[in-house]
Design a protein around this ligand. Sequence first.
Ligand code: PAF
Length: 291
Amino acid sequence: MPKRNGLVVARTRAEARDWRRQLQAQGKRIAFVPTMGALHTGHLSLVQIGREKADVVAASIFVNPTQFAAHEDLGTYPRAEDSDLQKLAEAGCTFCYCPSPSEMYPAGDSTRVTVKDLSHILEGEVRPHFFEGVASVVSRLFLHVGPDVAVFGEKDFQQLLVIRRMVQDLGFPIEIVGGATTRETDGLAMSSRNAYLNAEERARAAAVYRVMTETAAKVETGERISAAAEAAQQALLGAGFASVDYVAVRRGDTLAPFGGDTAPVGVTGRLLIAARMGKTRLIDNMAFVRK
Ligand code: PAF
């Protein structure tokens, strides 16, 4: 298999399995960071967590067609394999799986993995195809790479919970670790899709973090959830967002709504926001605990 700065690049599932067998024969523990490429500091922080959790870190770069709807940005999603491989090697990754779509979804493919309930709320309401695509590709990546630990960013918090549920239900012998969201200095969560923002939109996009922080503080001190969410929505629209898909205040473990209109004392919650700035859809979230 070709190497680049010590990074082995596998393009087929057979190559990925060969690499894993060699590593396992040496008794090495493997951490895995699945990505869709266009890597930024946030991804590299997940590689760092992988290094702390295992002997070697593997990544994957695959822009997964099944998690995009026909009207979404599959065709224009940023692709930068050469510089991504360079960044991974520099971050201490020793293996990258870069399969083609036909390697991941062979001719005649008709198997999908669905995590019920959790996949159909919040992001799942706006993007009904999304979590089935994610669960389907992540389960295949897990089978091809066979890691001991896999690291996912908390930026996509609902995705992290969907994957945890899938791993528990299907009995994958893989520890799932969440990595804290990496932010720009003004608080904007790093995301490959931030590249779509023009300069004016980029400056306005920082409002998500400001509004999220203010809203979490309100809910933590017992303000009504409905009022805090409505104020957050108005603040985002006032800051130049074209529309707000949701501002949701939920239980942190299941993303189910709290029973009442205030968060219960001592329970960890999640505030989740999705809003559109021009053509770009931004999502973010934050933990809180009601005092
Ligand atoms: O978070 C992502 O980048 C993707 O959803 C993932 C987990 C790599 C699956 O394609």
